[in-house]
Design a protein around this ligand. Structure first.
Ligand SMILES: C[S@@+](CC[C@H](N)C(=O)[O-])C[C@H]1O[C@@H](n2cnc3c(N)ncnc32)[C@H](O)[C@@H]1O
Length: 262
Protein backbone atom coordinates (compact mmCIF):
# COMPACT_ATOMS: atom_id res chain seq x y z
CA UNK A 1 0.00 0.00 0.00
CA UNK A 2 1.43 3.33 -1.03
CA UNK A 3 1.29 5.94 1.67
CA UNK A 4 -0.78 8.90 0.47
CA UNK A 5 0.96 12.20 0.60
CA UNK A 6 -0.65 14.09 3.46
CA UNK A 7 0.70 17.56 3.06
CA UNK A 8 -0.05 20.58 5.19
CA UNK A 9 -3.22 22.16 3.87
CA UNK A 10 -4.71 18.90 2.65
CA UNK A 11 -8.42 18.70 3.43
CA UNK A 12 -9.77 15.28 2.59
CA UNK A 13 -11.88 12.33 3.74
CA UNK A 14 -10.60 8.85 2.91
CA UNK A 15 -12.43 5.55 2.75
CA UNK A 16 -10.29 3.35 4.93
CA UNK A 17 -9.87 1.84 8.38
CA UNK A 18 -9.15 4.23 11.25
CA UNK A 19 -5.93 2.58 12.32
CA UNK A 20 -4.56 2.47 8.79
CA UNK A 21 -5.48 6.14 8.30
CA UNK A 22 -3.69 7.08 11.51
CA UNK A 23 -0.57 5.20 10.41
CA UNK A 24 -0.39 7.40 7.32
CA UNK A 25 0.01 10.48 9.51
CA UNK A 26 3.40 11.67 10.72
CA UNK A 27 4.11 11.72 14.45
CA UNK A 28 3.36 15.00 16.24
CA UNK A 29 1.44 16.36 13.25
CA UNK A 30 -2.16 16.66 14.45
CA UNK A 31 -3.39 19.56 16.59
CA UNK A 32 -6.65 17.96 17.65
CA UNK A 33 -8.71 14.78 17.29
CA UNK A 34 -12.49 15.02 17.51
CA UNK A 35 -14.05 11.61 17.08
CA UNK A 36 -17.22 9.67 17.57
CA UNK A 37 -16.40 5.95 17.36
CA UNK A 38 -19.09 3.27 17.27
CA UNK A 39 -20.41 2.90 20.83
CA UNK A 40 -21.15 -0.80 20.49
CA UNK A 41 -24.90 -0.27 20.82
CA UNK A 42 -25.84 -1.99 17.53
CA UNK A 43 -27.47 1.28 16.63
CA UNK A 44 -30.60 1.02 14.50
CA UNK A 45 -30.71 -2.72 14.89
CA UNK A 46 -34.18 -2.64 16.39
CA UNK A 47 -33.61 0.61 18.27
CA UNK A 48 -36.04 3.45 18.85
CA UNK A 49 -35.43 5.12 15.49
CA UNK A 50 -35.93 1.88 13.65
CA UNK A 51 -39.10 1.02 15.59
CA UNK A 52 -40.46 4.48 14.77
CA UNK A 53 -39.71 3.95 11.08
CA UNK A 54 -41.45 0.58 11.19
CA UNK A 55 -44.46 2.19 12.89
CA UNK A 56 -44.56 4.85 10.16
CA UNK A 57 -44.42 2.16 7.46
CA UNK A 58 -40.99 3.30 6.26
CA UNK A 59 -39.45 -0.12 6.94
CA UNK A 60 -40.93 -3.59 6.60
CA UNK A 61 -40.05 -4.86 10.09
CA UNK A 62 -37.81 -4.17 13.05
CA UNK A 63 -35.44 -6.97 12.12
CA UNK A 64 -34.63 -5.57 8.70
CA UNK A 65 -31.54 -3.85 10.04
CA UNK A 66 -31.26 -1.30 7.24
CA UNK A 67 -28.64 1.09 8.52
CA UNK A 68 -26.22 -0.66 10.86
CA UNK A 69 -22.92 0.98 11.72
CA UNK A 70 -19.74 -1.02 11.14
CA UNK A 71 -18.13 -2.35 14.32
CA UNK A 72 -21.09 -1.28 16.46
CA UNK A 73 -21.21 -4.48 18.48
CA UNK A 74 -19.01 -5.77 21.31
CA UNK A 75 -15.96 -5.24 19.07
CA UNK A 76 -16.34 -1.45 19.44
CA UNK A 77 -14.47 -1.51 22.75
CA UNK A 78 -11.45 -3.32 21.32
CA UNK A 79 -11.42 -1.01 18.29
CA UNK A 80 -11.36 2.08 20.52
CA UNK A 81 -8.65 0.72 22.80
CA UNK A 82 -6.45 -0.41 19.93
CA UNK A 83 -6.19 3.00 18.24
CA UNK A 84 -5.27 5.01 21.35
CA UNK A 85 -1.48 4.56 20.93
CA UNK A 86 -1.82 5.99 17.41
CA UNK A 87 -3.82 8.94 18.79
CA UNK A 88 -0.91 9.66 21.10
CA UNK A 89 1.70 9.30 18.38
CA UNK A 90 0.04 11.67 15.89
CA UNK A 91 -0.99 14.42 18.34
CA UNK A 92 1.33 17.35 18.96
CA UNK A 93 2.40 17.73 22.62
CA UNK A 94 -0.49 19.43 24.43
CA UNK A 95 -2.86 18.43 21.60
CA UNK A 96 -6.30 17.26 22.63
CA UNK A 97 -8.46 14.28 21.81
CA UNK A 98 -12.21 14.80 22.29
CA UNK A 99 -14.12 11.57 22.04
CA UNK A 100 -17.91 11.31 22.01
CA UNK A 101 -19.02 8.54 24.32
CA UNK A 102 -22.79 8.43 24.58
CA UNK A 103 -24.62 8.90 27.86
CA UNK A 104 -23.50 7.86 31.29
CA UNK A 105 -25.96 5.05 31.65
CA UNK A 106 -25.78 1.29 31.95
CA UNK A 107 -25.98 -1.54 31.51
CA UNK A 108 -22.50 -0.99 30.11
CA UNK A 109 -20.51 1.77 31.89
CA UNK A 110 -18.66 2.60 28.74
CA UNK A 111 -17.96 6.21 29.77
CA UNK A 112 -15.96 4.86 32.72
CA UNK A 113 -14.05 2.21 30.78
CA UNK A 114 -13.16 4.52 27.90
CA UNK A 115 -12.07 7.25 30.35
CA UNK A 116 -9.69 4.85 32.06
CA UNK A 117 -8.30 3.61 28.76
CA UNK A 118 -7.77 7.19 27.56
CA UNK A 119 -5.95 7.97 30.79
CA UNK A 120 -3.67 4.96 30.37
CA UNK A 121 -2.36 6.33 27.07
CA UNK A 122 -3.03 10.09 27.10
CA UNK A 123 -3.79 12.32 30.09
CA UNK A 124 -7.49 12.34 30.94
CA UNK A 125 -8.77 15.89 31.46
CA UNK A 126 -12.57 16.03 31.74
CA UNK A 127 -15.80 14.31 30.91
CA UNK A 128 -18.04 16.95 29.34
CA UNK A 129 -21.80 16.57 29.48
CA UNK A 130 -23.72 17.73 26.42
CA UNK A 131 -27.20 18.41 27.78
CA UNK A 132 -29.51 17.83 24.84
CA UNK A 133 -32.53 19.20 26.67
CA UNK A 134 -35.66 17.44 27.86
CA UNK A 135 -36.67 14.16 26.25
CA UNK A 136 -40.21 12.93 25.83
CA UNK A 137 -41.72 10.39 28.17
CA UNK A 138 -40.06 7.00 28.28
CA UNK A 139 -38.60 4.11 30.18
CA UNK A 140 -36.80 4.82 33.52
CA UNK A 141 -33.90 7.27 33.24
CA UNK A 142 -34.36 9.04 29.90
CA UNK A 143 -31.09 9.68 28.09
CA UNK A 144 -31.07 13.43 27.77
CA UNK A 145 -27.31 13.93 27.69
CA UNK A 146 -24.25 12.57 25.95
CA UNK A 147 -20.68 12.74 27.11
CA UNK A 148 -17.52 13.89 25.38
CA UNK A 149 -14.32 12.60 26.95
CA UNK A 150 -11.39 15.01 26.74
CA UNK A 151 -7.75 13.94 27.07
CA UNK A 152 -4.49 15.61 26.13
CA UNK A 153 -1.09 14.45 25.06
CA UNK A 154 1.52 15.36 27.64
CA UNK A 155 4.79 17.19 27.04
CA UNK A 156 3.27 20.68 26.81
CA UNK A 157 0.42 22.69 28.29
CA UNK A 158 -3.00 21.67 27.06
CA UNK A 159 -3.89 23.61 23.92
CA UNK A 160 -6.68 25.93 25.08
CA UNK A 161 -7.77 29.13 23.33
CA UNK A 162 -10.86 30.31 25.19
CA UNK A 163 -10.48 33.79 26.60
CA UNK A 164 -13.84 34.07 28.33
CA UNK A 165 -12.86 31.97 31.37
CA UNK A 166 -16.48 30.86 31.48
CA UNK A 167 -16.34 27.45 29.85
CA UNK A 168 -18.02 24.84 32.05
CA UNK A 169 -17.89 21.06 31.82
CA UNK A 170 -21.58 21.07 30.88
CA UNK A 171 -22.80 22.29 27.50
CA UNK A 172 -26.22 23.78 28.31
CA UNK A 173 -29.21 23.50 25.95
CA UNK A 174 -29.37 27.28 25.58
CA UNK A 175 -26.12 27.50 23.61
CA UNK A 176 -28.02 26.12 20.63
CA UNK A 177 -26.37 22.80 19.86
CA UNK A 178 -29.43 20.82 18.83
CA UNK A 179 -29.56 17.05 18.60
CA UNK A 180 -30.22 15.64 15.13
CA UNK A 181 -33.01 13.13 14.53
CA UNK A 182 -31.71 11.21 11.51
CA UNK A 183 -33.98 10.74 8.52
CA UNK A 184 -34.05 7.58 6.43
CA UNK A 185 -31.14 8.51 4.14
CA UNK A 186 -28.99 10.08 6.85
CA UNK A 187 -26.18 8.55 8.79
CA UNK A 188 -27.92 6.90 11.78
CA UNK A 189 -25.84 8.66 14.43
CA UNK A 190 -25.12 12.06 12.94
CA UNK A 191 -23.77 14.58 15.42
CA UNK A 192 -24.46 18.28 14.90
CA UNK A 193 -21.37 19.98 13.43
CA UNK A 194 -21.84 22.63 16.12
CA UNK A 195 -20.86 20.11 18.81
CA UNK A 196 -17.49 19.55 17.14
CA UNK A 197 -17.20 23.28 16.48
CA UNK A 198 -17.60 24.00 20.20
CA UNK A 199 -14.54 21.91 21.04
CA UNK A 200 -12.47 22.80 17.97
CA UNK A 201 -12.72 26.47 18.92
CA UNK A 202 -11.54 25.75 22.44
CA UNK A 203 -8.52 23.65 21.48
CA UNK A 204 -7.23 24.92 18.11
CA UNK A 205 -6.42 28.08 16.24
CA UNK A 206 -7.31 28.84 12.62
CA UNK A 207 -5.13 26.91 10.19
CA UNK A 208 -4.42 24.06 12.62
CA UNK A 209 -5.14 20.44 11.73
CA UNK A 210 -8.17 18.57 13.10
CA UNK A 211 -8.75 14.89 12.30
CA UNK A 212 -11.68 12.52 12.70
CA UNK A 213 -10.95 8.84 11.97
CA UNK A 214 -14.63 7.86 12.38
CA UNK A 215 -16.01 10.62 10.19
CA UNK A 216 -19.48 9.24 9.38
CA UNK A 217 -21.42 12.03 7.69
CA UNK A 218 -18.45 14.35 8.17
CA UNK A 219 -19.82 16.63 10.89
CA UNK A 220 -16.38 17.18 12.49
CA UNK A 221 -14.82 17.96 9.13
CA UNK A 222 -17.66 20.31 8.19
CA UNK A 223 -17.16 22.16 11.48
CA UNK A 224 -13.40 22.42 10.90
CA UNK A 225 -13.96 23.66 7.37
CA UNK A 226 -16.48 26.31 8.49
CA UNK A 227 -14.10 27.87 10.97
CA UNK A 228 -10.94 27.72 8.93
CA UNK A 229 -9.13 24.73 10.36
CA UNK A 230 -7.45 22.13 8.15
CA UNK A 231 -9.05 18.71 8.35
CA UNK A 232 -8.53 15.07 7.49
CA UNK A 233 -10.83 12.16 8.16
CA UNK A 234 -11.80 8.67 7.17
CA UNK A 235 -14.63 6.20 7.45
CA UNK A 236 -14.75 2.50 6.69
CA UNK A 237 -17.98 2.72 4.71
CA UNK A 238 -18.17 4.02 1.17
CA UNK A 239 -21.68 5.39 1.68
CA UNK A 240 -20.63 7.57 4.61
CA UNK A 241 -17.52 8.84 2.86
CA UNK A 242 -19.73 9.85 -0.07
CA UNK A 243 -22.14 11.57 2.33
CA UNK A 244 -19.29 13.37 4.10
CA UNK A 245 -17.94 14.62 0.77
CA UNK A 246 -21.41 15.82 -0.18
CA UNK A 247 -21.79 17.66 3.13
CA UNK A 248 -18.34 19.21 2.73
CA UNK A 249 -19.24 20.49 -0.71
CA UNK A 250 -22.41 22.27 0.39
CA UNK A 251 -22.41 26.06 0.21
CA UNK A 252 -20.80 27.68 3.21
CA UNK A 253 -23.13 28.20 6.13
CA UNK A 254 -22.29 30.45 9.02
CA UNK A 255 -20.83 28.71 12.06
CA UNK A 256 -23.00 28.70 15.15
CA UNK A 257 -20.61 30.85 17.12
CA UNK A 258 -19.99 33.38 14.35
CA UNK A 259 -19.68 36.25 16.79
CA UNK A 260 -16.64 34.63 18.35
CA UNK A 261 -14.70 34.94 15.09
CA UNK A 262 -15.41 38.66 14.70
C1 LIG B 1 -20.84 6.96 15.54
S1 LIG B 1 -20.51 6.98 13.83
C2 LIG B 1 -19.83 8.60 13.53
C3 LIG B 1 -20.90 9.60 13.20
C4 LIG B 1 -20.36 10.96 12.88
N1 LIG B 1 -19.85 11.61 14.07
C5 LIG B 1 -21.41 11.85 12.23
O1 LIG B 1 -21.70 12.93 12.75
O2 LIG B 1 -21.97 11.44 11.22
C6 LIG B 1 -19.09 5.94 13.74
C7 LIG B 1 -18.56 5.76 12.34
O3 LIG B 1 -17.36 4.95 12.41
C8 LIG B 1 -17.28 4.17 11.23
N2 LIG B 1 -16.37 3.06 11.51
C9 LIG B 1 -16.62 1.92 12.18
N3 LIG B 1 -15.50 1.18 12.27
C10 LIG B 1 -14.52 1.89 11.65
C11 LIG B 1 -13.13 1.68 11.43
N4 LIG B 1 -12.51 0.58 11.86
N5 LIG B 1 -12.43 2.61 10.77
C12 LIG B 1 -13.05 3.74 10.31
N6 LIG B 1 -14.35 4.00 10.49
C13 LIG B 1 -15.08 3.10 11.16
C14 LIG B 1 -18.71 3.78 10.93
O4 LIG B 1 -18.88 3.47 9.56
C15 LIG B 1 -19.49 5.03 11.38
O5 LIG B 1 -19.77 5.87 10.29
Amino acid sequence: MTTPLLTAGTNYVYQTDAERFLRWLPSNSVDMIFCDPPYGHNNNNGDLIQRREVALGLLPNAGSNPRPIANDGIEANELFKSILPEFKRVLVPGGVCCCCCGGGGGPDPQFARWSLWLDEVLEFKQMIVWDKGPMGMGWHYRRSYETVLVAQKGGAACKWYDESNRIENVIRPNVGISKIIPQANDHPTTKPPELAEWFIRLHTRPGELVIDPFAGSGSTLVAAQRIGRRYLGCDLEEQWVALAKKNLSKPYTLPLFAEATA
